[in-house]
Design a protein around this ligand. Sequence first.
Ligand code: ZN
Length: 276
Amino acid sequence: MNRRVALATTGLGLLGLHRLLAEGDAGAGPVVVLKLDDVTVRSAKGSVNARWQKVCEYLEQEDLRAGCGIICNSLEYDNPDYVAWIKGIAERGKIEFWFHGWDHAVHEVDGEKFNEFSHRTYEDQKERFEKSIRLAREKLGITLTCFGPGGGVGTPSYDAVTARVMGEVPEMTAWLYPMPIEKIGAELAKGGRVTILDRVWAANIEKSVGVPDLAKLEAGLAANPKRPYFVLQGHPAMWDDARFDEFKRICDFLRAKKCRFEQPTACAKWVAAGAR
Ligand SMILES: [Zn+2]
C-alpha cells in the first residue's frame, strides 16, 4: 500500500499529518509507542517474571510511557503477586496495560493452524474480548481500551470477524495493528470510534522476535522521516541482561532524538484528534 493510501485509510489525511508534525518542539522526533507483549503468569503462586519486573522498573524510573499487553487468562490464576504488580504499575500511571488476547494460543481448523483471533466464530472472538475485559475489571480494577492480537503461526493474527468485534465492544478504542493498515483496518477506522495504530515493518526495537537491535531501529526511523508515530514491538520475557542493555541503549537513542514516549490509547487519541 502506498503512503498516500495508508494515510488516508488511517483517517490521518495529509492535513492531519501536517498538523501533527507541526506540533511540539521544532526538531522533535516522532511519537513512539513501546508495545511490549506477553505479560502473563502460569500458576497461582510465584513472583512475576524477573525480566518483566526489571523492564517496568526501568521505564517507570526513567519516566518513559509505554504499553504492556496482558494475556488475560493469566488473571484466572488469582496469583496475588502478579495482580499486585500490575495494579501498582497501573496506579502509578506511566504504563498502560492492553489486551493481548485471552490465551494467545494457536488453534487448529481442519488440520491447519491459526492464531488466536483468526478463523474463529464471531461469538467465540467476542467472548474472548468480553471475558478478558470483565476479568481485568474484576481483578485489576482497570478497563482495557486497546487491543493487539497475538501471533504464533505467521500472519494473519486477525480477520474481518476480529474487526467486527472491535467495532462493537464499547471499551475498545485503539488497535495496535500487527501490520501496515489494509482493507479490514481501513473499513473499521472509517467508523471513527476505533483508531488503528499500524506498523512500519522497517522500524522496530527487535530485529527478530526477542532480540532488541538499535541499528535496525535507527535505519528504520531514518527510512521513514515523515511518519508522526511508530509502534515498536518487544518481548521483555525474552530479554537477558545483554538484550536488556540494548533496549536501554534504544531508549537513550529515542530520547536523544526527542521522541515522545506515549501509551497506546493516548497515542490513538492524539492521532484521531490530528485527523479531525
Ligand atoms: Zn504475544
